[in-house]
Design a protein around this ligand. Structure first.
Ligand code: GLU
Length: 290
């Protein structure tokens, strides 16, 4: 079988070695079989934080690593109609509802409740807008900015039990309920990561999703959306995250060296990619154990 994999960075900062590791793994998988394809998708739905200069740097980093991609670069910002269509379908089925809450409203509600359950992104949404009387909802919908949230309990009941498979972790029983009523369309962006990534992976025929362990839990939600939207489920490869010598995960906010800075320092990108492909990390980097 030929593998179709993708690298899907958000152009909100420069890439670091962890991104390089992920891209090398996805590329190697696609190139391991004849007819495989490695796609590049720029996840720029957050127009406030996405920058053209980061896109340029991503393209330069991949070229430096020798990672050629197939087909045109896909920008999520150009695919809003596709996401709107998926959202409409969920609206028609009564599986989403508009949410008018601000972050401050949610924080206040959560603070007031003694036992707020937590999902991967912090406390789960307390459900304030799910319970709005229909006439109040209709009135506010016409006048106020709003996000769209999934009615998780209803969606889980409609979809029934679901599974997905991870190359490292095996067969996983989907547990989207633990994430609560996640946002599918942001107030400011018209779509969220969860909806865009699920729609795109299916639309682009991605067979293998290679990404960091930090997104493992998000896959529960993606599996549910696949079921609700009648989309296929790819194979998942949630690889361990890279850590620095201090044991801290590489992330832009920790000041990890960027691929751009390594390029500028004269590091041989293709040699680095070959080392990463062989499972060897540069000195001072390791893999997180969890
Ligand atoms: N755009 C996401 C990120 O930069 C990755 C999305 C994915 O691989 O599913 O973290």
């Amino acid at each position: 079988m030929s593998h179709v994999s993708r690298f899907a960075p958000s152009p909100t900062g420069r890439l670091h070695l962890g991104h390089g590791w992920s891209a090398v793994a996805a590329h190697a998988l696609a190139r391991a079989t004849p007819g495989g394809r490695f796609l590049l998708r720029i996840e720029d739905i957050d127009q406030g934080r996405s920058r053209a200069e980061h896109v340029e740097a991503i393209l330069a980093d991949l070229a430096w690593l020798g990672l050629d991609h197939d087909g045109p670069v896909v920008f999520q910002s150009a695919r809003m109609a596709l996401y709107a269509e998926a959202l409409e379908r969920l609206k028609r089925e009564g599986l989403v509802y508009p949410c008018f809450c601000t972050r401050a409203d949610i924080a206040r509600e959560v603070a007031a409740s003694a036992s707020a359950p937590h999902g991967s992104d912090g406390p789960v949404y307390p459900g304030t807008c799910r319970a709005l009387p229909p006439e109040v909802r209709a009135d506010r919908l016409a006048r106020e900015p709003h996000a769209w949230r999934i009615d998780m309990a209803r969606a889980v009941a409609v979809a029934g039990p679901l599974e997905w498979h991870d190359v490292f972790a095996g067969t996983i029983a989907a547990d989207p309920g633990s994430q609560g009523d996640v946002v599918l369309a942001r107030k400011d962006a018209g779509v969220s990561y969860h909806l865009a990534v699920t729609v795109d992976d299916a639309a682009q025929g991605v067979t293998d999703v290679v990404r960091g362990q930090d997104l493992f839990v998000a896959t529960h939600v993606h599996r549910l959306l696949q079921a609700l939207l009648g989309l296929p489920t790819p194979e998942y490869h949630h690889h361990p995250l890279l850590v620095g010598s201090d044991g801290a995960r590489l992330a832009k906010r920790h000041g990890a060296p960027t691929l751009e800075s390594m390029r500028a320092a004269g590091v041989d990108g293709r040699a680095l990619a070959a080392e990463l492909r062989a499972g060897r990390l540069p000195l001072g980097f390791g893999l997180a154990s969890a």
